[in-house]
Write a protein that binds this ligand. Structure first.
Ligand code: UD1
Length: 357
């Protein structure tokens, strides 16, 4: 069996690592790994391949940055001849980035079955490019691998036949389980001069939060209440860096702007945090498993289990909601959360079994 896996952006790498490792257990499966090059800086891409022991991509398309349309189109133009020449039996995509949709579209139109890992998640907010990527990718996928019950329900509601839906668990958590011990040896807290429980972590990169200077400035004002009590460590995504420079935001003792961290350092930093404030999807899941309070700086989430079972709360962009959440954390009124069903480190094994069968 010939399988081609396509990845492009930082969260994809965390998700594909366990799937490739699980598929490697089956000698009859020949896997080709294509990196679209959507992310290309070493701290957004290469470093993750090394740390997570992902095989070197067989092909890197080097598409780089650009508008949603340009990025998606460039990936499609380059993948079409590749798929035509190699005729894989299955194309596997993960997550919800532009590379995910581009690869799924080309495969479907070439008549190649598509497997989508992390299928069925919906924020019901089509202003997010990811939501459009999710809906379209799922609608042309033959294998929909889901992480939580809401994913199964969303797909069923959209008319996806039950036979295509496979509830397997969460591959991002497979990676966390596998590397947690290694991450615990990271010296990141010492390096930053912080102690466990006495700092917060912030990440921001959604276009809806960072592209408009007024929105971003409002968000930063909202987290002041946390900064007053503990230093906030802010590894800055490249998209956000440009906007912070424009706003004239500079690093301070209270708001520590640092470069994006590698996987192991970031896991360890989150593990010791009093809370994590984020607009990322994956971080809502990781904090749930780490048992760390998560304040999601968005009005919706496509990962509702992190709220119903885990440690996540939606605070939107609202300063008073952030302040109320921070009070609850300091007063010990935050749920410890439980581990969602099948987030047990074995999702990729289940995926590989389905694919091989
Ligand atoms: C992309 C995904 C988003 C995901 C995020 C994770 C889409 C639509 N968005 O958003 O779902 O959560 O990745 O990080 O696919 N840049 C660099 N170096 C890099 C990559 C990007 O400097 O290695 C800069 C460029 O200026 C670029 C900007 O970051 O224009 C945004 O990159 P892009 O890939 O367009 O989207 P992300 O915001 O990273």
């Amino acid at each position: 069996m010939k399988l081609t896996a396509v990845v492009g952006a930082r969260p994809n790498f965390v998700k594909i690592a366990p799937v490739l490792a699980a598929l490697a257990q089956y000698p009859d499966v020949r896997t080709t790994l294509v990196h679209t090059g959507q992310h290309y800086d070493s701290n957004m891409s290469g470093g993750f391949f090394t740390e997570l022991e992902i095989p070197r991509p067989d092909i890197n398309l080097g598409v780089g940055s650009g508008s949603n349309a340009l990025q998606t189109a460039n990936i499609m133009l380059q993948l079409a001849p590749l798929f035509a020449a190699d005729s894989p039996d299955l194309v596997l995509v993960v997550g919800d980035v532009n590379s995910t949709l581009a690869a799924a579209l080309v495969a479907a139109k070439t008549g190649i079955p598509v497997a989508h890992v992390e299928s069925g998640l919906r924020s019901f907010d089509r202003t997010m490019p990811e939501e459009v990527n999710r809906i379209l990718t799922d609608s042309i996928s033959d294998y929909c691998f889901t992480t939580e019950a809401a994913g199964n329900e969303n797909l069923a509601h959209e008319g996806v036949p039950a036979g295509r839906i496979h509830f397997v668990g969460n591959v991002m958590i497979d990676t966390l389980v596998r590397f947690r011990e290694r991450a615990s040896r990271s010296t990141v807290m010492d390096d930053l001069g912080v102690t466990a429980g006495a700092y917060a972590v912030l990440t921001l990169h959604r276009p809806g939060n960072v592209d408009d200077p007024e929105t971003l400035a409002g968000l930063l004002a909202g987290i002041h209440v946390v900064q007053r009590d503990v230093p906030v460590i802010f590894p800055v995504h490249p998209r956000t860096r440009q906007q912070l420079q424009r706003l004239g935001v500079v690093a301070s003792r209270e708001l520590r702007l640092i470069e994006p961290l590698g996987y192991l350092d970031f896991m360890q930093l989150m593990s010791g945090a009093a809370c994590v404030m984020t607009d990322s999807g994956g971080i809502q899941e990781e904090t749930t498993v780490l048992g760390v309070p998560c304040l999601t700086l968005r009005c919706n989430t496509e990962r509702p289990v992190t709220i119903s079972v885990g440690t996540n709360r939606l605070v939107g962009l609202d300063a008073s909601a952030i302040a109320a959440a921070w009070n609850d954390i300091r007063d010990g009124r935050w749920p410890h959360g439980r581990i969602p069903e099948l987030w047990d480190g074995r999702a990729a094994e289940r995926i590989a079994k389905v694919i091989v069968r």
